[in-house]
Design a protein around this ligand. Structure first.
Ligand code: SF4
Length: 320
């Protein structure tokens, strides 16, 4: 007999971000989409599930950079394969080509979880799809990979033993106040010179305040999962689009503040639920944002405005 899926409450940085952006979008992403992977689900759940898997050009470009670096580090760790910019850029080019074809052809209709579905294709954003705009996206991907390949990490990582690597982009979790907190550190390893646990987060966008909280969350995880004290951790934000790098303070106080911030965020999410113990939320308790400037970059706007005139919805045959 198949395993029954249960929608359990959990916390992640991306979930917190969406909760503060629009409660209705949050509801579609974490509640309204439930069961939408099944052909027999109602149409709103199926559409919400599909839209929840959608990427923007910018997030897709970021994923390609992360995936390509992950593969390169794993090959270096497992087989000693040297990291080479041309090779990484070639791989990224193939991912860009394949994803573009999937998105345009509607491969996501049958495989919403695995095929690329770009928001700009789906909603028919002609300007973002223009040749200069897409060339800029591709150039950014290649530039980030060049900066990684020619930066300090390939040489440093080559010196590590396989057991010095703790995590390369693997989804993991810890418990805070009885709830699961998901984390996915880009890279965690023990440095051969200082013996510290280094936590590196690759960024393809501009620096943001929440980047520090994300690294502090990973340091909390390092203590919970591997028993590494904050004084033995070094956190680094590596902004690959500019080449800038910043060390983040991960003191006991900083981690305490991060834990309190996560607790407050979880509490706010649970308070919005009709049945917190059952993790059950009703759509009417999660209103649409008043700041309509947020809607143009929202994956879920089809569920607020209806399907009419939306190319992706027409391609998928959604009812108007
Ligand atoms: S379209 Fe606007 S109101 Fe509707 S879910 Fe998205 S952000 Fe919220």
């Amino acid at each position: 007999m198949g395993r029954a899926f249960v929608n359990r409450f959990s916390w992640s940085n991306s979930r917190a971000k969406l909760f503060s952006r629009c409660l209705r979008a949050y509801w579609w992403r974490y509640y309204g989409h439930w069961g939408g992977w099944s052909y027999s689900a109602d149409v709103d759940a199926r559409v919400a599930y599909r839209l929840g898997k959608m990427d923007s050009l910018a997030t897709w470009a970021g994923s390609i950079v992360h995936d390509t670096i992950q593969e390169a580090i794993e090959e270096l760790r497992d087989r000693g394969t040297a990291i080479n910019a041309d090779h990484l850029q070639g791989r990224a080019r193939e991912k860009l080509r394949q994803g573009w074809v999937e998105s345009k052809s509607g491969a996501w209709i049958r495989r919403p979880k695995h095929a690329i579905n770009l928001r700009e294709h789906y909603f028919g954003d002609g300007e973002a799809l223009s040749r200069p705009a897409t060339d800029t996206t591709a150039a950014k991907v290649y530039g980030c990979l060049l900066r990684f390949s020619t930066g300090p990490y390939p040489k440093l990582l080559k010196r590590l033993r396989p057991e010095d690597f703790r995590n390369v982009e693997r989804l993991d979790s810890m418990e805070i106040d009885g709830s699961t907190v998901y984390v996915k550190p880009d890279l965690a390893f023990y440095h051969p010179d200082d013996g510290l646990l280094w936590l590196i987060d690759w960024k393809t966008g501009r620096p943001r305040l929440e980047d520090d909280l994300q690294l502090a969350t990973y340091a909390l995880f390092a203590k919970a999962k591997w028993g590494v004290e904050p004084s033995r951790v070094r956190g680094v934000l590596s902004y690959l689009a500019s080449g800038e790098e910043r060390q983040v303070e991960l003191s006991t106080d900083a981690l305490h503040a991060a834990r309190e911030s996560i607790r407050a965020s979880m509490q706010a999410m649970k308070t919005a639920l009709r049945e917190p113990d059952e993790n059950m939320g009703l759509q009417q308790d999660f209103p649409q944002t008043d700041d309509k400037s947020r809607c143009s970059s929202c994956n879920f706007r089809q569920l607020c405005t209806g399907s009419e005139g939306i190319p992706g919805a027409i391609l998928a045959g959604d009812p108007l």
